[in-house]
Design a protein around this ligand. Sequence first.
Ligand SMILES: C[S@@+](CC[C@H](N)C(=O)[O-])C[C@H]1O[C@@H](n2cnc3c(N)ncnc32)[C@H](O)[C@@H]1O
Length: 254
Amino acid sequence: MVGQDERAPFAGALERARSAAYPAGQYVGQESFVLADEVRRLAGSAGIGPGTAVLDLCCGVAGPGRLIAAETGCGYLGVDRSAAALRIARRLAGDLPCRFVQGDVPPLPDGRFDVVLLLETLLAFPDKAALLHAVAGALAPGGRFACTVEEGRPLDAVERRRMADADTVWPVELPRLAALLDAAGLAVTWQEECTAAHHGTAAALLGAYRAEEAGIAARVGPRAAAELVAAHELWVTWLGTGRVRKFALVAEKR
Ligand SMILES: C[S@@+](CC[C@H](N)C(=O)[O-])C[C@H]1O[C@@H](n2cnc3c(N)ncnc32)[C@H](O)[C@@H]1O
């Protein structure tokens, strides 16, 4: 079986289904439910423009990061624990002025940044307090943290058993997140709910993965393909019922 971290087989196996699933113009290499226009709105709300120093945490192959760097002219540093993902990110970035560094977050790379981005991965951090303190420490005064959030109560035992890689699925309720941001010295300045859009994306991805499951299984193994489909079935249910809601937000360092 191929593990999710062996990114090249996964990226290759899923590329056709992913590019078919997103609405026209909205697929930019993201490994998540976020749409290109949502990335643009979040970047605009965080004040990313020419010369803004941006740190993109858990960038993966950096579809959203490459979009932001290309369209805004910001300075861009992406960080991810996956060397395989970063090899793909570097190749796809081509001549864009993007830098990438491999590492487990936290800690964050040295330096001060105007904006720290975290797209579609806050969910993976069980200890969000430690992460948010590290984010605040990497921001210049007035700097902004821009992220997407999987909002909801923690998974129960039944839900954990049904979700592959449940050790990377830690939703957080909004009041708890607001308190954690506040304790880290970050004040929310902008927030937008995107549950309906992400439910639509999850459903479209599920349809595309089901249609291509045999071909995906041939490249990543039947177990990984089945887990991919099962995980998307859960996300479609959770986002469709409001069990988990999605938000994009910007918080400014006080
Ligand atoms: C769901 S993907 C999202 C990638 C990208 N942000 C996007 O929206 O397309 C999550 C990424 O986070 C990385 N990751 C998860 N936890 C991490 C950690 N603690 N430190 C560094 N990278 C991490 C994974 O390797 C993976 O590439």
